[in-house]
Design a protein around this ligand. Structure first.
Ligand code: CA
Length: 275
């Protein structure tokens, strides 16, 4: 069969499917709700120069070694002005979250974690994006200088229950004062051990001494995060996609016509009973 004939037939099948009400929409990504995803809500935090200090609304602490709450470790937000600490303003809104450890006092990773209302669904592709910032040395509004050279490393985890189902383990390399977009994605099939469990997002400062430094000489270590976004895209059943080609399209058309015939017979039978 010539290509033009196949293409013409394919078009007629699709037009017929649409005319019969059998059109199958292409899958669309739906946003999954994340509370305070851009860290703009600083309620409950204290203001310190261009920073706020405390626990960002909607987020819990990831604090496996008890670093948060100890001397020298600070959580909260920074409002970058585009010249001090970062070369740009915040990627989203006006604030970014901070995970700051002064002169690396204390061992171990720490960060933020949020358990979402949404649960892990079958036949769904999830895509999580987060802006990750490598803060540069700079002077705060009160004149205090912070040595923030180097980068302690980061991790972004997508969770279902307590299980990490996908992660970005420090794959980005940002220059001093720059943000970059971390992307974590996973396609869930019909079966997964964590189906139905609550989704979660964890943002981590790995707190690793940068190359060229020791514990005694370490600068202040900080990772910044902003603009957390999670989407879910339902994967269509294999038999319903229009991308099946001509053969699949014809099969779908036959199924659709058979369904319409059954409906017509049922309607006629119901009409006969009424009379
Ligand atoms: Ca923000």
């Amino acid at each position: 069969m010539k290509y033009t004939t196949v293409a013409r037939l394919g078009r007629s099948v699709i037009v017929s499917l649409m005319a019969l009400g059998c059109y199958v929409a292409a899958p669309q990504a739906s946003p999954v709700a994340v509370v305070n995803a851009g860290f703009e809500d600083t309620s409950g935090q204290s203001v310190f120069n261009e920073f706020t200090l405390g626990q960002p609304a909607g987020w819990n602490f990831h604090n496996p070694t008890g670093l948060i709450g100890s001397l020298g470790t600070f959580t909260g937000t920074l409002q970058p002005n585009g010249s001090d600490f970062f070369n740009t303003t915040a990627p989203e809104g006006s604030k970014v979250s901070i995970l700051f450890n002064s002169e690396r006092q204390g061992e171990g990773e720490y960060g933020y974690v949020q358990t979402l209302a949404a649960t892990l669904q079958a036949d769904t592709t999830y895509a999580l994006t987060v802006q990750v910032g490598n803060i540069a040395s700079g002077t705060a509004q009160n004149g205090a200088f912070f040595d923030l050279d180097g980068f302690p490393g980061y991790r972004v985890d997508l969770l279902a229950g307590n299980t990490v189902i996908a992660q970005d383990l420090n794959t980005l390399a940002m220059a001093e004062g720059e943000f970059a977009l971390s992307t974590v994605s996973i396609s869930i099939g019909a079966v997964h051990a964590q189906l139905g469990q609550a989704l979660g997002i964890r943002l981590v400062n790995l707190n690793v001494i940068p190359d060229g430094y020791t514990q005694a000489t370490s600068p202040d270590l900080e990772v910044d995060f902003d603009d957390v976004s999670l989407s879910a895209t339902t994967v269509p059943e294999p038999a319903t996609g229009l991308s099946l080609g001509l053969g699949g399209g014809v099969g779908l058309l036959i199924q659709c016509l058979a369904k319409r015939r059954r409906l017509r017979r049922l309607t006629a039978a119901a009409g006969a009973e009424r009379h």
